[in-house]
Design a protein around this ligand. Structure first.
Ligand code: ATP
Length: 304
């Protein structure tokens, strides 16, 4: 609609543009306010002149998929304003920044309960998308936005998304190297849902470890590590699961480890209850064993 007028700092007389919320490879996302209602939104501004041939088609795909997926953990697309030079996607506003910045602020990863809480919501959103036969193909923490007021996280940026037919392979190579599945990087045909699951694995690793599993000095080394599926398990775990007891971490090292920093261990010591008498402990242990159906304690068994 070339007839729409775009005044500096305003879109089509409908939204006042504010500060930049984030910048991606193809777009800049700005805070905006609806002129008449005052509603705050996020506006993804896409400069059409910068889009090469295929990217324009992909843009339509982004709009189609975002309109289709309506879920509490997916950012809503309210409207699309198409002008001669730019395309504006008017989106539900995330008021708490994105998950990449959040992870970067937590050295050594998030507390496990938080990581689980966020991860479950992302899985919920993707599971819904896959049921609608929509594959995201660019899952990464930058594309997960915090909605503090609602107390949830939501998935955004469907710029590489597409519809798929279950069982039918796709061929378009897309995504971001550090989050991409080996089959995508190889340029093979791939099963659509499985590539999102790989990226979910990378996200979970980042949530609990605080850094990506595949991140080498340069892209070609990163690529090699992804192809070989070579990554390290979190250092603290491998420090404890050492066969040689002499090489195993000491309690001091464990307590001083980055993963446990910022965790308050005192709630437990604050509620020091009197020790129960040994008879009631024995009774409780018998009860627990009955509940779990375990015939006998396994503690004394030899491990080969
Ligand atoms: P990419 O390089 O991942 O393809 P892009 O150009 O498609 O990026 P987006 O990923 O959609 O752009 O947005 C860029 C950034 O803007 C996000 O990483 C996030 O920080 C911010 N952002 C996006 N959508 C919203 C939103 N609805 N509310 C708040 N911030 C947002």
């Amino acid at each position: 609609q070339p007839s729409l007028t775009v005044i500096e700092g305003q879109i089509a007389g409908l939204y006042d543009l504010g500060r930049t919320l984030g910048t991606g490879r193809f777009a800049v996302v700005k805070l905006a306010r609806h002129v008449f209602t005052g509603q705050r939104v996020a506006v993804k501004v896409i400069d059409k002149s910068k889009l090469a041939g295929g990217a324009a088609g992909q843009l339509l795909q982004e709009v189609r998929c975002m309109k289709l997926v309506q879920h509490p953990n997916v950012v809503r697309l309210y409207e699309v304003i198409d002008t001669h030079a730019k395309l504006y996607l008017i989106l539900e506003l995330g008021d708490g920044g994105d998950m990449f910045d959040h992870i970067m602020r937590h050295e050594g990863g998030l507390a496990e309960v938080r990581a689980k809480h966020y991860f479950a919501q992302i899985v919920h959103a993707i599971s819904y998308c896959h049921r609608l036969h929509v594959v995201h193909r660019d899952l990464k923490p930058e594309n997960v936005v915090f909605f503090q007021e609602q107390g949830v996280v939501k998935l955004t940026d469907f710029g590489f998304s597409n519809r798929f037919q279950p069982g039918k392979m796709l061929t378009t190579s897309c995504g971001s190297l550090a989050y991409s599945a080996p089959e995508i990087l190889l340029g093979d045909e791939y099963d659509a849902p499985a590539v999102d699951i790989w990226s979910l694995g990378v996200i979970l690793y980042m949530l609990v470890c605080g850094h990506p599993p595949f991140q080498e000095a340069n892209d070609s080394e990163t690529l090699t590590m992804i192809m070989d599926c070579r990554y390290t398990v979190p250092a603290l775990i491998s420090r404890m699961l050492q066969r040689d007891p002499k090489r195993r971490a000491s309690l001091e090292q464990i307590e001083g480890h980055a993963w446990l920093q910022g965790v308050d261990p005192s709630p437990a010591s604050r509620c020091l209850a009197p020790l129960p008498c040994s008879r009631s402990v024995r009774r409780k242990r018998r009860r627990m064993r009955r509940m779990r159906g375990s015939p006998a304690p396994w503690r004394g068994r030899a491990v080969h």
